[in-house]
Design a protein around this ligand. Structure first.
Ligand code: FMN
Length: 360
């Protein structure tokens, strides 16, 4: 019998009371339609995982023409709002809470998925470290188109209207996706941003778009129902920052003013190339709830909360493979292994067919 009392205890996340600190991390699963409309299969999947303290639903496009995977969901038209309403209903019917991760794929968006249009970015620098994962297979990324100042303002407005759509769809809040080399992260980290205007150069300029988006989302939702996700060390999508501690300490201090539900930090690098401790300086700089992620076991998550390093932990691949993860952790039950061959495929296999524990 595992004893993880802090991990399984309630927490006030901004305006949202959660019954345990086992969050479900956002996971792109490409089970929406080709028109990026959430399906009833997605409602079943998220409903199965409603015992999470909070579900953070997968990266969801805030505007048309920003597809990086194909069949990922959007939240910019009525059909998509109606599809997501089925998902939020399913989660709420099971007593759960669900935020939506608002996303723009930026330079990871491939022309083949977007009617021939290039991806967009702060600067015309292509991703070279990994390929684009299209439904038809992997392809080299192409150099993106640099956004004009007017288009940057348009991006902020797209996030604002997507945040309003998420409210209409019945979500409990939104998470701004500022991680993993997508558009907001490409502005933030120095390797992808060579602009010389107000959105490039010094950290306060590189952070400007992310902060404008956060502010827009807070205007729609109130800060207590907005989270922000960042990945200071992740080199996925050719990302690097010259001084991650300085960049993210600055960001954390600025985010303090919004009194957010939480700041969500990915602590490591998918490719294990960039290393370092970003959690400690961010914990010192950030005054609100800090959510950690990447490679946590229940025991390590419990220890991090007991030691005051984190307030909650988001679990990705283990939640994907264990719909009743909080219950399993509380009982010390064995965990199913995720089947990575089904992460980005269609249909229920490797999606809604992971079993829950048999009740005694
Ligand atoms: C299949 C898959 C899809 C993912 N999709 C997203 C996503 O939509 N948004 C995001 O911020 N991170 C995404 N991630 C990263 C996860 O949220 C998480 O950071 C990662 O799995 C590490 O956490 P873990 O060790 O608990 O699995 C994805 C990861 C995987 C494996």
């Amino acid at each position: 019998m595992a004893s993880l009392p802090k991990l399984l205890s309630p927490l006030q996340l901004g305006d949202v009371q959660i019954p345990n600190r086992v969050l479900m991390a956002p996971l792109t699963r490409v089970r929406a339609t080709e028109a990026h409309v959430p399906t009833s299969l997605m409602a079943e999947y998220y409903g199965q995982r409603a015992s999470a303290g909070l579900i953070i639903a997968e990266a969801t496009a805030v505007c048309d023409g920003a597809s990086a995977f194909g069949n990922e969901p959007g939240i910019h038209n009525g059909a998509q709002v109606a599809g997501w309403a089925k998902v939020t209903d399913a989660v709420h019917a099971q007593g759960g809470r669900i935020f939506l991760q608002l996303w723009h794929g930026g330079r990871a968006c491939h022309p083949q998925l977007n009617g021939g249009a290039l991806g967009v970015a702060p600067s015309p620098i292509a991703i070279t470290g990994n390929k684009a994962a299209l439904p038809t297979g992997e392809l080299e990324h192409q150099a993106p188109r640099e956004l004009s100042l007017a288009e940057i303002t348009g991006v902020m407005h797209a996030f604002r209207s997507a945040a309003a759509n998420a409210k209409q769809a019945g979500f409990d809040g939104v998470e701004v996706h500022g991680a993993n080399g997508y558009l907001l992260d490409a502005f933030l980290r120095s390797s992808a941003n060579q602009r010389t205007d107000n959105y490039g150069g010094a950290v306060e300029n590189r952070a400007r778009l992310l902060l404008e988006v956060v502010e827009a989302c807070c205007e729609v939702w109130g800060g207590g129902r907005v989270g922000v996700r960042v990945s200071p060390l992740n080199s996925y999508n050719s990302m690097k920052d010259d001084s991650p501690v300085e960049t993210y300490s600055f960001l954390a201090e600025r985010l303090n003013t919004y009194k957010l539900a939480y700041l969500h930090m990915m602590r490591a690098d998918f490719f294990k190339a960039q290393k370092g401790d970003v959690l400690t300086p961010i914990r010192a700089a950030y005054k609100g709830n800090l959510v950690g992620n990447m490679g946590y076991t229940g025991e390590e998550a419990e220890a991090a909360i007991v030691e005051g390093k984190l307030d909650a932990v988001a679990f990705g691949t283990s939640f994907l493979a264990n719909p009743d993860l909080p219950e399993r952790l509380s009982q010390g039950a064995p965990l199913h292994k995720p089947d990575s061959s089904k992460f980005y495929t269609a249909g229920p296999a490797g999606y809604t067919d992971y079993p829950t524990m048999v009740k005694a």
